[in-house]
Ligand binder design. Structure first.
Ligand SMILES: Cc1cc2nc3c(=O)[nH]c(=O)nc-3n(C[C@H](O)[C@H](O)[C@H](O)COP(=O)(O)OP(=O)(O)OC[C@H]3O[C@@H](n4cnc5c(N)ncnc54)[C@H](O)[C@@H]3O)c2cc1C
Ligand code: SF4
Length: 536
């Protein structure tokens, strides 16, 4: 199949690119063809995000979004910041951290916003193919010329099964990669075209989310609560969010930086523990947990942002790293990068472009936001939760993010992990089944499903490393960092074996990032496998 433009990924960035391109097609009476591939069973099925949404990019893209019933129904009414000690929460005045001021923003489900954006794009003539992962990048003469969708109907051992359908080549003049954080094709393109040369390594966090229905008398629509402090140690500065959305629902979650040092740490159990704090469980009392999921987020910011243009295409949104970490927001910048991509590629096709994509990004408000946030992550990394927060308060409140120096974070996240025998063991209590839960019952709520008889999409470069290297040195941390219990070390006939329960994978990409031996390669499974998030 041939198109002028193929977009990989139906998140905010990919959909904004598609919509901007389609708008320009209409305004200019042109009919350049465009399609968008999404690996989820529908648009929104793989989207997981807080989400407090800053609407400026949407205002620019679809100014009449209110008339068109965009699902932005809950304006933020109040911000609360709390520093947690084990037994108490200390309120912190939210004015000391200006990026956390959410006046003018909305509490939304990003998955539902993407579903709505998908409808707008389709009405404008964009061909959307959900359930079709782009599994290979097509490169000819050192130029990207499109992508290939994944094969269907191949067995675990590689044999062709009945109903087999080979992947389809989708060739295009321009390929836009909007796969989100740690895109599987984005990773290859960054390496192939040396897009990150001269930059810091990229940095990540693992973010959890649950949606709860809570008692109406405990619900305050539009209330936004952020915490830091307990339960993670001070050298692992993590943060939480608890957003009161519509229909008596709260969206709550926890973000742990993936440069954490202690291999005994279990991000999932830290999140479950956090919910048992009096400042959090007071909202959840008598409530019901509806959904669960996890996703890595990208937070290296300006120092790690690769060149976004490559021969034959662009890498946009969180696939490149446009998230503004001081705000823990990336949807608006992802959308804006998509909007600029739609404009840029349209002008390229019309031969009227006179500026590179990277320079357009540099001249946009995305760059200003990333610039002001650039020391936020490094301050925490260098000085920990308390002193790092104090430096950040000074930088953000007094200097408005414009301190006259830029800090670096030159160690990749996986290399920050210390040996198991150098770090304290952590004992986690059993889940209480009221506020805290185990991994398997949690994954059940993510509606994750994969065809069982297919090649494993979690590829080990060397299958002996988990037991021969990672287990003795790091107590094989995959058992703990995977939020879906995919990886297990089991003992059979006095022999330790590494087991991969790939069908539970929620596509968070943490293993691809944090494995200390860099031995795990996440590739796209058969479409439309993965989670089926309702309103995440
Ligand atoms: C826990 C958490 C909380 C967050 N909270 C907020 C918040 O409150 N406010 C905010 O603004 N931002 C927040 N963010 C960040 C925000 O979610 C991201 O910045 C935003 O989703 C990035 O958009 P994107 O289009 O780049 O990627 P994504 O939203 O990740 O979308 C990528 C899409 O591409 C698809 N895809 C990936 N690979 C392929 C492939 N090979 N083939 C086909 N399809 C593919 C995926 O299935 C997905 O649908 C949060 C993130 C997390 C993880
Ligand atoms: S296997 Fe990897 S990508 Fe899948 S849920 Fe576990 S850590 Fe995330």
């Amino acid at each position: 199949m041939e198109y002028d433009v193929v977009i990989v990924g139906g998140g905010p960035s990919g959909l904004a690119a598609a919509i901007k391109f389609a708008q320009l097609n209409k305004e200019n009476n042109t009919d350049h063809s465009i399609c968008l591939l999404e690996k989820g069973s529908e648009i929104g099925a793989h989207i997981l995000s807080g989400n407090v949404f800053q609407p400026n990019a949407l205002d620019e893209l679809i100014p009449n979004w209110k008339e068109l019933d965009a699902p932005l129904n809950v304006p933020v009414k109040k911000d609360k910041l709390v520093f947690l000690l084990e037994k108490v929460g200390i309120p912190v005045p939210s004015f000391i951290m200006p990026p956390m001021n959410n006046h003018g923003n909305y509490v939304i489900s990003l998955g539902n916003l993407c579903r709505w954006l998908g409808e707008q794009a389709e009405q404008m003539g964009v061909e959307i193919f959900p359930g079709f992962p782009a599994s290979k990048i097509l490169i000819e003469d050192d130029k990207v010329v499109g992508v290939q969708t994944g094969d269907m109907g191949i067995s675990e051992s590689g044999d062709v099964k009945p109903g087999h359908e080979p992947g389809i080549e989708i060739r295009a003049k321009y390929t836009i990669l909007g796969e989100g954080c740690r895109g599987h094709l984005g990773k290859q393109v960054i390496q192939k075209f040396n897009l990150s040369d001269g930059k810091d390594p990229q940095h990540y966090g693992i973010g959890f989310k649950e949606v709860w229905k809570i008692k109406p008398e405990l619900h305050e629509e539009g209330l936004v609560v952020h915490t830091n402090g307990w339960p993670t140690p001070f050298d692992t500065p993590s943060g939480s969010y608890l957003y009161h959305g519509e229909n008596n629902e709260v969206y709550l979650g926890y973000v742990i930086p993936l440069d954490y040092k202690n291999p005994h740490l279990s991000p999932f159990d830290e999140f479950q523990k956090w919910k048992t704090h009096p400042s959090i469980k007071k909202y959840l009392k008598g409530g019901e947990r509806l959904t669960y999921g996890a996703r890595a987020l990208i937070k290296g910011g300006l120092q790690s942002l690769p060149k976004m243009e490559f021969p034959g295409g662009l890498i946009i949104g969180c696939n490149a790293g446009t998230l503004v970490f001081s705000k823990i927001k990336g949807s608006h910048t992802a959308m804006k990068s998509g909007e600029i991509a739609g404009q840029h590629i349209f002008e390229e096709l019309q031969d009227s472009s006179n500026e590179s994509y990277d320079s357009r990004i540099k001249n946009s408000w995305i760059y200003d936001e990333l610039y002001k946030s650039r020391n936020f992550g490094p301050f925490f990394h260098k000085y920990g939760a308390l002193i790092g927060a104090a430096f950040n308060a000074v930088d953000q409140l007094i200097f408005r993010g414009k301190l006259p120096f830029t800090l670096n974070h030159p160690t990749p996240d996986y290399a920050c992990l210390k040996k198991a025998d150098e770090m304290p063991k952590i004992e986690y209590s059993k889940p209480d089944g009221i506020y805290s839960f185990d991994k398997l019952s949690s994954v059940y709520l993510s509606n994750t499903n994969h065809e069982e008889d297919q090649p494993c999409h979690l590829q080990l470069k060397d299958s002996s490393i988990p037991i021969s290297v990672n287990l003795p040195l790091y107590d094989e941390p995959a058992q703990r960092y995977c939020p879906a219990g995919v990886y297990e070390v089991v003992e059979k006939d006095n022999e330790k074996k590494f087991v991969i329960n790939a069908q539970n994978c929620v596509h968070c990409k943490t293993c691809d990032i944090k494995d200390p031996s860099q031995n795990i390669n996440w590739v796209t499974p058969e479409g439309p496998g993965g989670p089926n998030y309702p309103n995440m």
